[in-house]
Design a protein around this ligand. Structure first.
Ligand SMILES: [Zn+2]
Length: 190
């Protein structure tokens, strides 16, 4: 049996770490670093898609559609080193709104990589704390864009929280419900 005192001390350290982690994520999500990507007015899906595509292209990125049916091909990803946006398999079959929302999310990653440099972006992406911040900034903007399109955001924050827990783990210090609840709190308050 471990000494009781040690367990309590590490519990407390974990709690302090969690509180700090959550606070930095909230601050990052609310930061105005990408404030030019806030959407106050109602937009059409076509104009949002055109805006996302042209902004990404202007940063020197090219688009390539994934050809494999593997699980990883279901997600659209950004490679800041080769400046490639890897579009999910079956991209052309997705609705305009879906494509627009995915590319708005990727546009935030493009801007993060432009602001920090590709190497720093990738280094940060490998660190759990930073990865959540990086994703929170992108999801915050896609939540705002969803509202600007006049689409429902019901259950969206919860789904994002679940996918963060599944894909961006292992969040060893957090349970699934903690990740989901904090994601919902951050995104619904954004
Ligand atoms: Zn992302």
């Amino acid at each position: 049996m471990p000494p009781v005192g040690t367990t309590k001390a590490s519990d407390m350290r974990q709690k302090i770490f969690q509180r700090k982690f959550f606070k930095s994520n909230k601050e990052a999500a609310r930061s105005t670093e990408f404030h030019d990507l806030t959407f106050s007015e109602r937009m059409s899906a076509d104009s949002l898609l055109a805006f996302a595509e042209s902004s990404i292209a202007r940063a020197g990125y090219t688009f390539t559609t994934k050809r494999s049916r593997a699980v990883a091909a279901k997600m659209t990803t950004t490679d800041p080193v080769t400046k490639t946006i890897w579009l999910a398999y079956g991209w052309d079959k997705k609705s305009i709104a879906e494509r627009a929302l995915v590319l708005i999310h990727e546009l935030v990653h493009v801007r993060q990589a432009e602001a920090w440099g590709a190497r720093k972006f990738l280094r940060r992406y490998l660190m759990a704390r930073w990865r959540w911040i990086i994703e929170m900034q992108a999801y915050t903007v896609s939540m705002k864009a969803t509202r600007a399109l006049g689409l429902s955001t019901d259950g969206k924050a919860k789904r994002i929280g679940k996918s963060i827990h599944k894909n961006y783990g292992p969040w060893v210090l957090f349970s699934k419900s903690e990740v989901v609840n904090s994601t919902v709190e951050i995104l619904e308050g954004a």
